[in-house]
Write a protein that binds this ligand. Sequence first.
Ligand code: NAD
Ligand code: TYD
Length: 345
Amino acid sequence: MTILVTGGAGFIGSHFVRRMINQDTRVVVLDKLTYAGNLENLRDITGDSRRSKQFTFYKGDICNQELVEYILSTEGIDAIINFAAETHVDRSILSASAFIDTDMKGVLVLLEASRRYAIKKFIQISTDEVYGTAYHSAFKETDALNPGNPYSASKAGGDRLAYSYWITYKLPIIITRASNNYGPYQYPEKFIPLFITNAIEDRKLPLYGDGRQIRDWIHVEDHCAGIDFLLTHGKDGEVYNIGGGNERCNIDTASLILDELKKPGTLIEHVKDREGHDRRYALDCTKLKALGYRPKIEFETGLRDTIQWYRDNENWWKRIKNSEFMGYYHKQYNHRFISPCLQNQ
Ligand code: NAD
Ligand code: TYD
C-alpha cells in the first residue's frame, strides 16, 4: 500500500508518517513547509537508510493542481490522508486568507484529483472545533456545525466539501474530528508547548481570560492510532469523532506544567482573552468505541512525557523560537501582557 500524507512535515502528520513507515507502508509526503512544517520532525526517517527507502518527499502546495495530479499519476497512491492545513486559531484571527486557501481550496484540489485518479480512500482530517462551543452535552457526529473563528470555519468548509464528494460522486471519503492534540514536535505557538517552553525559559505564561476554558486533550500517538484504525475499519462517507476523554481547564493544565517543572505559579499571567474564544470542546466518541478503538494514553502520564521531551530537545524548539516565531509572538502577545513581553518575560 502507498499512501499520500499531505502536511506530513507538521506535528500530527509527522507522527502519522512514522507510524505508517514502521508498519512497512510506503509513504509519499506533500508539504509546503510553511512556518509550521519542519523536515527535522522526520529526521529519524530521512536519516535511516532502510526506512528512507519507503519515503518520498515533495515540497509543494496542496493548492497546486498540476503538482497534485503529477503525484497521483506517478506514485501509485492508494489512499490520501489530508493533514495539510493552516492550524492556529490566533493566527486566523490576525489574518484569515491563508486558511481559506489551504483548508478549503486546497481540499477542493485534492478531492478533484482523487476523483480523476480513482483514489480508493480519502481521509479528511477535520477537527472538533467545527462544532463550536459545547455548552451542554458532548458533541455527536450528527450535531450541527457552528464554527466560531476563521480557522474552524475554514476547516468546516473542507469537512463539508469532502462529505459532498461522497454524496455527489461516491468518492470514498472518511472525515475525522479529533480533539486537541499534544505531544512531541508540536509547534510552540500552541498552548501546551508554548507554556512548557516559556516555563523552561522562566518567561510568563499568557493565560487567556479566566483560564477556565475546557479542552479535551488527546495524545498525538492515540490520534494517529485512531486514524490508522479508521483506514481499515472506517466506513466510507462517515464522520468519526476521536476524543481523548481528558477534559481539563486550561488553568489546571498550566498548573500541572509548572508543578512538573518545579516553577512558581506566579509565572502565570492572566491576559486579555482571545476574541470569540470557544469556552469548551467536548466529544462523544461512542461511534468510534463501538468499532473497537479507544485511546490509551492517560493525560497526566502523556503530559509528563511530553514535558520531558521538550526538556530533552531544546535545540528543536529553540531554533523555532529564535526565528519566525518571535515576530509573531510579539504581535500576538505584547498588547496582552501588562508589561510588554520583551527579553525575559
Ligand atoms: P501543523 O500546523 O503542525 O502542521 C501543518 C502542516 O501542513 C505543516 O507541515 C505545513 O507545512 C503543512 N501545510 C500547510 N499549508 C500547506 C499547503 N497549502 N500545502 C501543503 N502543506 C501545507 O498542524 P497539526 O497540528 O499537525 O494539524 C494537522 C491536521 O490536524 C490539520 O488539518 C488540523 O486542522 C488537524 N487537527 C489538529 C488538531 C491539533 O490539536 N493540533 C486537532 C484536531 C485536528
Ligand atoms: P490552542 O493550543 O491554541 O488550541 P485551540 O485550537 O483549542 O484554541 O489553545 C488551547 C487553549 O489554550 C485555548 O482555550 C486557548 C488557550 N490559550 C491560552 O490561554 N494562552 C495561549 O497563549 C494560547 C496559545 C492558548
